[in-house]
Design a protein around this ligand. Structure first.
Ligand SMILES: Cc1cc2nc3c(=O)[nH]c(=O)nc-3n(C[C@H](O)[C@H](O)[C@H](O)COP(=O)(O)O)c2cc1C
Length: 212
């Protein structure tokens, strides 16, 4: 009889230890989660608030690996019906960049860029109705902003140089890059390590908030 009680006590003790260790695990996992969330919030906040247009770059090169990271960030953007109607044309050869810069002289910063991404809408990406995305400009804009934020996070400088919707600019880029008809250039994003001290602007304006 006594040994039966002993056995039950041991089982109960083991169960108690198991529950306590589970509790400790859950509490510490929750603490990690809270910490991680707070970290994520401050990192995202810091990157968003420090992003700025950078129009001058040093001679330091940018690697294909860095470009790959930027494009992965770009392609993580949301898109209407998840169609992802984008193509990213990348120039990272200095001669190709020089040639492009010469053909788009209004964008002076291109001459110093170490890489250039031309974000294009791809009209061959069609929906169930067989038509190109109705939201390609929005989708490509979101991808562009992701890229700009990732560039900031990586210590790179970048700027959105407008192309779409101005017809003469679209034609200029089309001709410079010999683009096929189905690619519609939205913007040009030159990239490089920042030269000078471009600063983020404080754009917060509570007049722009309307609680309805
Ligand atoms: C749609 C759009 C078009 C832009 N076009 C140009 C451009 O052609 N050339 C340029 O130097 N900057 C261009 N910019 C960058 C803006 O001038 C810049 O974002 C704005 O002055 C705010 O400065 P910030 O980016 O440093 O916050 C463009 C930005 C957007 C969103």
């Amino acid at each position: 009889m006594e040994s039966k009680y002993k056995f039950v006590s041991v089982i109960l003790a083991l169960a108690l230890v198991a529950s306590l260790s589970r509790l400790v695990y859950v509490v510490s996992a929750d603490a990690d989660k809270v910490e991680q969330t707070a970290d994520a919030k401050s990192v995202v906040w810091q990157i968003i608030m420090s992003r700025k247009s950078v129009r001058s770059y040093t001679d330091q090169p940018i690697s294909r690996e860095q470009i790959d990271t930027l494009l992965r960030a770009a392609m993580a953007a949301p898109s209407g019906k998840d169609m992802r109607p984008w193509k990213f044309l990348v120039l990272d050869d200095s001669l190709a960049i020089k040639d492009f810069a010469a053909k788009v002289p209004r964008a002076k910063m291109l001459a110093e860029a170490k890489a250039v991404v031309v974000v294009c809408g791809d009209m061959t990406v069609t929906g169930d109705d067989g038509k190109p995305s109705y939201s390609w400009v929005l989708d490509c804009s979101l991808a562009s902003e992701n890229l700009l934020l990732m560039a900031e996070a990586m210590g790179l400088g970048a700027v959105w140089v407008s192309v779409h919707p101005r017809e003469e600019r679209i034609q200029e880029v089309r001709q410079a890059l010999n683009l096929p008809e189905h690619l519609m250039p939205l913007n040009i994003i030159p990239l490089g390590y920042p030269k000078g001290d471009a600063k983020p602007k404080d754009k917060y304006n509570e007049d722009n908030i309307l609680y309805w």
